[in-house]
Ligand binder design. Structure first.
Ligand SMILES: [Zn+2]
Ligand SMILES: [Zn+2]
Length: 375
């Protein structure tokens, strides 16, 4: 563990003025813009930590007694102003010399480097039938393409961008910054050309110098059978074109399946309810039902109960990529009580009612009732 007093080259009784002055001297020596030694940056960060600690009376007292670990245990932040990069430089300069002495390092990405085009996302709603059987869909999209007027150069035909006089085409300028620590040379993006090194004084009228234009296209999207909400289809190179020769992005189509008025889907199975009467439930029947394939016959077995599930195998959703495999259609049985009866039905239901009332309960049932009564 390094000693903060040693780092600053001061003794234990140094005053704040001495700390400041030592810091100025050392900071000038190790500033990464000046000192290109591989450990200069680390030394500079250490200086920051030492300076911050010793300038704060509470931190200094804790440090003097317990060292750097003690600071941490006492809940002080032990990171210095430069540890997260040099963004803290302004703050520390301002804390020493007052506001207005800060400066910022000003590097930005090279504007002439190839820049990949953006991927685009398109949300597409389809019906359940389309998801089950697959569909070809035409969609209109808007994406960026290389300007066909200037071929992406951004300049008017017959004219070329000129070399920027401010930076002689390098895109970078040196700035000398005078601070109380001394003068620093700093490389910054050329403010005149924005780092391009060239000035486009005759921009293409179609793309206004951008090199890219917005184009509307109609695309055919092939949706395979078996897709579901959230399924994605990628169309290579249908996103935005890149800049400076960067690659073109993709178009990602995200599918949403609309709710069906009759069928629910769960995985590869479809579900619907089927209403039947008491006699159908008691005796059994063959009825016509709707499936995604159209009308089909469903056998109702005798004695079927409310909420029993009957299946038609293979009438569900095809497995993605496996054309012959499909899920099932499941029918949930709902037995409907008649709300009104004609005379004949009334007579028959009454008769049924009497028969049911006079039916002897099973011996099992009588035994149970006995048990209940006797206990
Ligand atoms: Zn320039
Ligand atoms: Zn153009």
């Amino acid at each position: 563990m390094s000693d903060f007093y040693e780092i600053l080259g001061i003794d234990k009784n140094a005053t704040k003025e001495e700390i400041k002055s030592a810091f100025r001297k050392k900071a000038r020596q190790y500033h990464p813009d000046v000192n290109k030694a591989p450990d200069a940056e680390e030394k500079f960060k250490e200086l920051g930590r030492a300076y911050e600690t010793l300038m704060d009376d509470n931190k200094r007292a804790t440090y003097d007694r317990y060292g750097e670990d003690g600071l941490r245990d006492a809940g002080f932040s032990t990171s210095g102003p430069f540890d997260g990069g040099f963004g803290g430089l302004n703050e520390i300069f301002e804390s020493i010399f007052g506001a207005g002495f800060g400066f910022s390092t000003n590097y930005s990405q090279d504007p002439n480097a190839p820049q990949d085009g953006e991927d685009l996302r398109l949300n597409l709603q389809i019906t359940l039938e389309e998801a089950v059987f697959g569909v070809k869909k035409e969609v209109k999209i808007t994406h960026m393409e290389v300007c066909d007027e200037c071929n992406g150069t951004g300049s008017k035909k017959g004219s070329k961008p000129e070399t920027c006089p401010a930076c002689s085409g390098t895109g970078r300028v040196q700035q000398v910054i005078d601070t109380p620590l001394g003068s620093f040379r700093q490389i910054a993006t050329c403010p005149k050309c924005g780092g391009k090194g060239q000035i486009n004084s005759n921009p293409c009228t179609k793309c206004h110098g951008e090199g890219r234009i917005e184009v509307e296209r109609t695309l055919t999207i092939n949706i395979p059978q078996g897709v579901d909400s959230g399924s994605r289809i990628g169309l290579s190179h249908e996103g935005n074109c890149g800049k400076n020769g960067g690659r073109t992005g993709d178009l990602i189509v995200v599918l949403y399946v609309k709710e069906h008025k009759e069928f629910k889907r769960n995985g590869f199975d479809l579900y619907s309810t089927v209403d039947i009467t008491f006699p159908q439930a008691a005796i059994g029947d063959v009825i016509e039902v709707n499936t995604i394939d159209g009308k089909r016959e469903l056998t109702i077995p005798s004695g079927v109960q409310q909420d029993d599930v009957l299946h038609i195998k293979g009438a569900g959703v095809p497995f993605l990529g496996q054309q012959n495999k499909r899920g099932n259609h499941n029918f949930i049985v709902k037995i409907k009580t008649p709300k009104s009866l004609n005379t004949e039905e009334q007579q028959l239901y009454k008769k049924l009612f009497e028969i049911n009332r006079n039916k002897k309960p099973s011996s099992n049932f009588i035994d149970k009732m006995k048990n209940v009564l006797h206990n």
